[in-house]
Write a protein that binds this ligand. Structure first.
Ligand code: HEM
Length: 493
């Protein structure tokens, strides 16, 4: 009898694995297991897995995480659905349990409730634009910081001593975000930057604990947290340190808030909106204190590591391709000489733009893109995808697709230069994703990448401390970043 039951269970599992996609009318994909879906087939470097599945099942395939999720890996299909039919792909499937444990609910700007994202995203974009996001003020701030970083690197690299550029990049990037969010300039040596970085690193390690993932599926795990070494409690404690820090910073903003002055930063604008609603006797709606804290948290987490990592990739590629660096420096010398580089110079620094685009094509720093949720019935490649299904717009696979790019693994900025020597902006390269939930900070990030990268190589030459330059030695967590490396820095002035 027992054997009969075991055989029956195995047959049921095999049938489920092989036929569940067909039964649900979804695109084919790797056979999932009940409850855990395809988690057992995931690897740290998911792109490799996705490539294999694309070859086997086609441009669109289904994975179970453990909810069914359709992965789109083709440029034309991304445009056709995620961009042109954007409203149907604007909601997200959020890590609800994690958000509840860490910040008290689906709040903020990234994993917020699907009923609030529009209002909060629109407000954030508007507020950030008004306080200088993408305009001359913030451009000047970036130029000033770049000069400070360059002079520090010159000192640190005296006598051709190898330097780790990470901290300098962190200072540059964090200062811009801090200023936009809280209106405060941090000094180069402000310990806050290191403190936040260290807590964030601890948090990433704790978040990768299997119990944290399992909690999404089985919320009851929280009750047994103590028995398994309290990984969830530890994660919450680490996270609380960040929330405390943000709260302290927000107290300062509130203290200096002056309703007769134009908002100086995102938090100022948000507090102003809360006060406006209160004064008019209106409901606060989504404009609560906790939403403000989590939104500031999101601007920080989404904008910090992504930009620092991309800049580290850029410098890493320069020490591996000195001829490319030299060509970019000649272009800068010819067009701007020694004066400060401005955003307007983007129009003439074609080769520099090509380097940034090529590095972003290859770097693909977001390990797996965030999951959207279909909010109205859609048909993708002949499959009727029901409401509630997950969708991942996996643009990184497009970036490395041999049908799109010749020798896709090969670093070649020249591929983005036309016969007149001008930069070709390639619509297939979308490191900030596509559609209604694409990166909110794209404009700011593009500005930082351009100004920091070009200013650095205008004044300095980066090279490898060893004859054979270091390999990327990718470190993969929620992002993909080059492993630790040092550079020799030579002054150009
Ligand atoms: C090189 C730097 C950056 C890269 C590569 C990057 C990339 C991305 C990607 C791939 C997404 C997910 C889009 C999707 O769901 O399809 C995203 C979302 C987001 N990013 Fe960025 N990002 C960068 C910098 C920034 C900066 C500087 C900010 C600061 C404001 C920022 C804020 C956000 C926010 C708030 C979201 C969530 C948007 C939403 O859900 O509506 N990012 N980013």
């Amino acid at each position: 009898m027992l054997i009969y039951l075991i055989v029956l269970a195995l047959v049921a599992i095999v049938c489920y694995s092989l036929f569940i996609n067909r039964i649900k009318g979804l695109p084919p994909g790797p056979p999932p297991l009940p409850i855990i879906g395809n988690f057992h087939q995931f690897e740290v470097d998911l792109d490799k897995k996705f490539f294999g599945w694309k070859k086997k099942y086609g441009k669109v395939f289904t994975i179970w995480m453990p909810h069914p999720t359709v992965v789109i890996t083709d440029h034309k299909l991304l445009q056709e659905h995620i961009v042109k039919d954007g409203d149907k792909f604007a909601d997200r499937i959020n890590p609800k349990e994690m958000m509840t444990s860490l910040v008290g609910g689906e709040l903020g700007l990234v994993f917020n409730d699907n009923n609030m994202w529009r209002e909060q995203r629109r407000f954030a974009l508007h507020a950030l634009r008004n306080v200088g996001f993408n305009n001359a003020t913030i451009q000047n701030t970036a130029i000033d910081y770049s000069q400070e970083i360059i002079s520090r690197w010159k000192q640190q690299g005296e006598g051709r001593k190898p330097v780790d550029v990470t901290m300098g990049l962190m200072v540059g990037v964090s200062n811009i975000i801090w200023q936009q969010t809280f209106g405060r300039t941090l000094q180069y040596d402000d310990p806050l930057i290191e403190v936040v970085k260290n807590i964030a690193q601890e948090l990433v390690v704790q978040m990768a604990h299997p119990a944290v993932f399992a909690m999404e599926l089985f919320p009851i795990i929280r009750k047994f947290d103590g028995i398994i070494g309290s990984p969830i409690k530890k994660m919450i404690e680490i996270n609380d340190k960040i929330l405390d820090l943000l709260d302290k910073e927000l107290t300062l903003v509130e203290k200096h808030f002056n309703e007769d002055e134009a908002p100086k930063c995102y938090a100022d604008a948000f507090i102003g909106e809360m006060k406006r609603r209160e004064a008019k006797g209106e409901e606060l709606g989504t404009f609560t204190h906790q939403q403000l804290v989590v939104a500031c948290y999101d601007i920080w987490t989404a904008g910090f590591e992504t930009t620092v990592t991309t800049l580290r990739f850029l410098i890493h590629y320069m020490i591996n391709h000195p001829e490319v660096q030299l060509k970019a420096q000649r272009e800068i010398d010819e067009h701007t000489g020694k004066r400060s580089i401005q955003m307007d110079d983007q129009k003439v620094l074609h080769y520099c733009n090509a380097i940034i685009q090529e590095v972003q094509r290859l770097a693909n720093i977001v390990t797996i893109n965030f999951t959207r949720k279909v909010s109205a019935p859609v048909n993708i490649e002949g499959y009727d995808i029901p409401v509630g299904t997950g969708v991942i717009p996996e643009f990184s696979i497009v970036h490395l697709d041999e049908n799109e790019f010749e020798r896709p693994d090969f670093f070649c900025p020249e591929r983005h230069i036309d016969e007149n020597g001008e930069f070709i902006k390639d619509p297939r390269i979308t490191p900030f994703s596509v559609g209604k939930r694409s990166c909110l900070g794209e404009g700011l990030a593009r500005m930082e990448l351009f100004l920091y990268f070009t200013s650095f190589i205008q004044h300095l030459t980066f090279s490898s401390p060893s004859k054979v330059p270091p390999s990327l030695n990718l470190q993969i967590t929620f992002t993909r970043s080059p492993g630790p490396f040092k550079v020799v820095i030579d002054r150009r002035d």
